[in-house]
Design a protein around this ligand. Structure first.
Ligand code: 6GU
Length: 227
């Protein structure tokens, strides 16, 4: 998969060089390119923002640099992803859809967002999705893009070593994951649940399912409400 990221903070994405994502990159499974939006400005101050029409607080990102950048970076097959708190909430099912794509392009806006005409222009010509991480406010799209890239890339075959570890996770089965334990069997007076030491695989599976249900009931009752 090819991934292009356009941002005014390219160094944010230096961390994508480490861990499993970095290895996938080294092995050519992920072809990742980070671009500085200011490369597509033409004034001395490399201006990317201006005051909002209609008034109001903050600055809006100008359409011209975005137009030039995205014309340069988008391909026929690309999905343009625009991180925005006004977007659809990112989910494991969206991650699964995006993991099938050949080319993802992230347009990371800062300030109060990007001039709406940029989204309208590309939505008339190709696939565009506004993506939110959830109901809270970040300073810009960079952290959100990174979350999406990590969630998507770990679903690409070869990125995560053991494909079985993908199956039982939180959200893959529609429930939160059960708690995990490792050695030692006792730590600071706390025992590992004895069932996990029983060797009874059926009983262990049943216990884990109960734990998943209890956690989901406690923390995410919305996941049990329907479907
Ligand atoms: Cl994608 N962007 C910003 N700025 N804030 C957010 C978000 C995205 N998702 C949740 N909050």
């Amino acid at each position: 998969m090819r991934v292009d990221i356009v941002t005014i903070f390219p160094t944010f994405f230096d961390v994508l060089g480490v861990s499993l994502i970095g290895k996938a990159r080294d092995r050519g499974i992920l072809d990742m390119h980070v671009h500085d939006l200011r490369e597509w400005t033409h004034d001395r101050h490399r201006t990317v923002d201006d005051t909002p029409y209609g008034g109001g607080a903050g600055m809006v990102m100008k359409p011209e640099p975005w137009g030039e950048a995205l014309d340069a970076v988008l391909s026929e097959d690309a999905v343009l992803l625009v991180p925005s708190p006004a977007g659809e909430v990112f989910s494991q099912s969206m991650a699964r859809e995006l993991a099938e794509e050949k080319h993802l392009v992230f347009a990371c806006g800062r300030y109060e967002g990007i001039d709406q005409r940029v989204v309208d222009h590309y939505a008339a010509r190709g696939r565009v999705r506004l993506v939110s991480l959830g109901d809270y406010v970040l300073n810009g799209g960079e952290v959100a893009a990174m979350a999406v890239i990590e969630a998507v890339s770990r679903l690409i075959p070869g990125v995560v070593g053991n494909p079985e570890s993908l199956v039982e996770e939180s959200h893959e089965l529609g429930l939160l994951e059960y708690p995990s334990y490792t050695k030692p069997a006792q730590w600071r007076g706390l025992d590992v649940p004895p069932i996990l030491l029983s060797g009874n695989h059926g009983a262990i599976a049943a216990w884990r399912h109960e734990q998943s249900l209890a956690r989901t009931r406690a923390h995410r009752p919305d996941l049990l409400a329907e479907g």
